[in-house]
Design a protein. Structure first.
Length: 251
């Protein structure tokens, strides 16, 4: 949901206690180890106090961590709430500069945003930017049609996890709302308003937003669970397939 505060004022954080029905006890602590044989988990709270909790069933929902570019690759990664707010401030500042810019080439650069990574986050981010940047541009007296949102996709098509027809439908919808998808194109670096692409080409942009997807939570490797060399819990592939199926139905 980080793409939402990147384009408009919207609160996406929800206190956990607001979600819980009666009968749920909330324990704020860090899990340090899972002893699956004994059906027991060990944890430690913020004060350093250790505790153990016996369980009948354990649902593991640690979430993932956002994959980030190397610092020397430039741009801004959509990786946290703070980053989302900074991205919003950056494109709004560019649009305001564009409204005063007399050089047509520089004005176009300021009105161009590159989104590096065409997974679900990249698709949502590009679509939201296409709408709200154009809206702001129009309010400032700029031609909204001059806004360029470029979505860089390393694959041959978008949403390869689902049916091909879903990817085609998504691409048509994105094109209709003003997003240009560049397939087989990967951003290597953003420096001083210039993108260097895997093809060797360069492109001028006012802002580069990295949406590189997710990685398994590194905590999985330290709490006693069997994981693959990539860090995924062994046996979780079924759940991933279910998620893709649900996404396909939703789209």
């Amino acid at each position: 949901m980080l793409f939402k505060p990147a384009v408009r004022d919207e609160e996406i954080t929800i206190p956990l206690t607001r979600l819980f029905p009666e009968g749920v006890e909330f324990v704020q602590a860090t899990v340090t180890k899972i002893e699956s044989g004994e059906r027991r988990l060990l944890c430690q709270n913020a004060e350093g106090n250790k505790n153990s909790i016996n369980y009948d069933f354990l649902v593991l929902a640690l979430g993932s961590v956002v994959r980030q570019p190397d610092p020397d690759q430039g741009g801004m990664a959509l990786a946290s709430l703070d980053a989302a707010w900074k991205i919003r401030e950056a494109w709004r500042a560019n649009i305001k500069k564009a409204a005063k810019e007399t050089n047509a080439k520089e004005r176009q650069r300021l009105m161009t945003i590159g989104v590096a990574g065409a997974g679900i986050s990249g698709i949502e981010t590009a679509a939201e930017l296409a709408h709200f940047v154009r809206e702001d541009a129009q309010q400032l007296g700029l031609d909204p049609g001059a806004v360029r949102i470029k979505l860089f996709n390393a694959n041959k098509g978008i949403f390869p996890e689902g049916p091909a027809k879903v990817g085609v439908k998504l691409e048509r919808s994105l094109n209709a709302c003003g997003v240009t998808i560049l397939h087989g194109s990967r951003v290597l670096q953003e420096k001083e308003g210039t993108l260097t692409l895997s093809s060797g080409e360069t492109m001028s942009v006012g802002l580069c937003v990295w949406t590189l997807g997710l990685l398994p939570n590194p905590m999985l490797q330290s709490i006693g669970l069997p994981v693959t060399p990539e860090g995924y819990v062994i046996g979780a592939q079924y759940l991933s397939s279910v998620f893709v199926m649900l996404c396909s139905r939703y789209l």
